[in-house]
Design a protein around this ligand. Structure first.
Ligand code: HSE
Length: 438
């Protein structure tokens, strides 16, 4: 019988337990699952009661014992957080072990360093579970769509915020109430900052952008706006105009026509965005994720499914383990990497000046309700070359009016300059909301 490939887990939380459950019940799965076994698992506490029965001899509270165990050939990092996860991944690579990780924070910030070390050591680092939970999106971008010129990646890649926005949109409840309910149901963390402020989605779009455009970008420079200030009123106005509001993460190739090999100008952002109801992303609700890829010659392709959770994330982790196990079983020489599974040949990707990014816009203004106001607003937009798609006065409360404007595509610089001027008009009380539109 062929010797089994030994797996070392760093972490036995939600995802780690999901992985252990799959590895320990190979029946009915792909035959390769029978060729792997859990050799060692690092846990925080050896005493903690667990939902899974495991041989206590394979548990340790020293992660280095996992990495250095001669029976461990693939190290699976599912502990989360930046440190010590980053250092342990690097230690595993140094020890000549391939790594599978679900850690988007580490890969978004230190992916290049890790890929460089992995290539030097001749090992794999696979990251399917880092974005979109159970949705296969990393390997499709790396392999299946490899022949395309990718122009845009648009994702709903945070389940917590998508759940909150779906509830707000369906039930008319405000953000704070829905967040509280999501926390009670376990869909939002006690400290929801990383999700609701868009940081989690920014980590994930940084990773997708790297794969789509073949080069890393500086994670900390991604313009990021969350949903914590979003008003139910804007969701309602958006619906009246035929849109849903979603937290979108977008990566766009602004150099598409020039198609340079050596460098690209890319535009990335995470922000609440109006999505037309006929757009495929507008119907993605609850904790689900979806990623729409636009490329030439594929056109549009959308990946949809459960973006988090024990089972879905473990499904992605085990797929990566099997890829490595397959290569290891096929080849005695650990240094002959399958180039499609490993990361190499990066190009230089520069983040474009945010003022140059083209977009449609939704603007809600509070103004006095008198003759000529809409004319004045139109005048400012006209002078800044901002073309208006629609302008509607919805309500007037006493002497105040609420005016909603949707613009055609203009640069972010143009819209910002226009709004700065509109704010100065005597008749305008305030620019209450400005959001992007697809
Ligand atoms: N917190 C993430 C989400 C799941 O809400 O989508 C893990 O990436």
């Amino acid at each position: 019988m062929t010797k089994k490939i030994g797996i070392g887990l760093l972490g036995l939380g939600t995802v780690g337990t999901g992985v252990a459950n799959i590895v320990n019940s190979p029946e009915g799965r792909h035959p390769l699952v029978s060729s792997i076994h859990l050799a060692k698992i690092a846990v925080k506490s050896l005493q903690k009661p667990r939902a899974i029965t495991l041989d206590s001899k394979i548990l340790t509270n020293d992660p280095l014992e996992v990495i250095n165990d001669p029976n461990v050939q693939v190290v699976v990092e599912v502990m989360g957080g930046i440190e010590p996860a980053r250092s342990l991944i690097l230690r595993a690579i140094e020890a000549g072990k391939s790594v599978v990780t679900a850690n988007k924070s580490v890969i978004a910030r230190h992916g290049e360093e890790i890929a460089k070390e992995a290539n030097k050591a001749g090992v794999y680092v696979l990251i399917e579970a880092a974005v979109g939970g159970g949705i296969p999106i990393i390997e499709p971008l790396k392999q299946s769509l490899g022949g395309n010129r990718i122009s845009k990646v648009t994702g709903i890649i945070n389940g917590t915020t998508n759940y909150i926005l779906s509830q707000m949109s369906r039930g008319g409840a405000n953000y704070q109430d829905v967040l509280k309910e999501a926390q009670q149901l376990g869909y939002a963390e006690a400290d929801p900052t990383a999700d609701v402020e868009g940081h989690d989605a920014a980590d994930k779009i940084a990773i997708l952008s790297g794969l789509a455009f073949g080069g890393a970008i500086e994670r900390t420079k991604i313009p990021t706006k969350g949903i914590s200030n979003l008003k139910i009123l804007d969701i309602e106005y958006a619906q009246k105009l035929g849109y849903e509001i979603k937290l979108l993460a977008i990566a766009e190739n602004l150099d598409i026509s020039q198609a340079k090999d050596s460098s690209l100008s890319v535009a990335l952002r995470v922000e609440p965005t109006l999505v037309p109801i006929e757009h495929p992303l507008s119907g993605v609700n609850g904790v689900n994720n979806a990623i729409l890829i636009e490329g030439d010659p594929i056109g549009e392709v959308m990946f949809y499914g459960p973006g988090a959770g024990s089972g879905p994330t473990a499904s992605a982790v085990v797929a990566d383990i099997l890829n490595i196990a397959g290569v290891k079983l096929m080849s005695e020489n650990k240094n002959s990497l399958d180039p499609l599974l490993s990361a190499f040949r990066w190009r230089n990707c520069e983040l474009a000046d945010p003022r140059q990014i083209p977009q449609k816009n939704y603007v809600r203004l509070i103004t006095v309700d008198s003759a000529g106001v809409i004319g004045q607003i139109g005048n400012v937009f006209g002078k800044e070359n901002v073309s208006i798609q629609s302008i509607v006065q919805y309500d007037s409360i006493e002497s105040e009016a609420e005016i909603i404007i949707i613009t055609h595509n203009v640069t972010r610089g143009q819209i910002r300059d226009s709004l700065d001027k509109i704010k100065e008009l005597n008749e305008v009380t305030k620019v209450a909301t400005h959001l992007s539109c697809l």
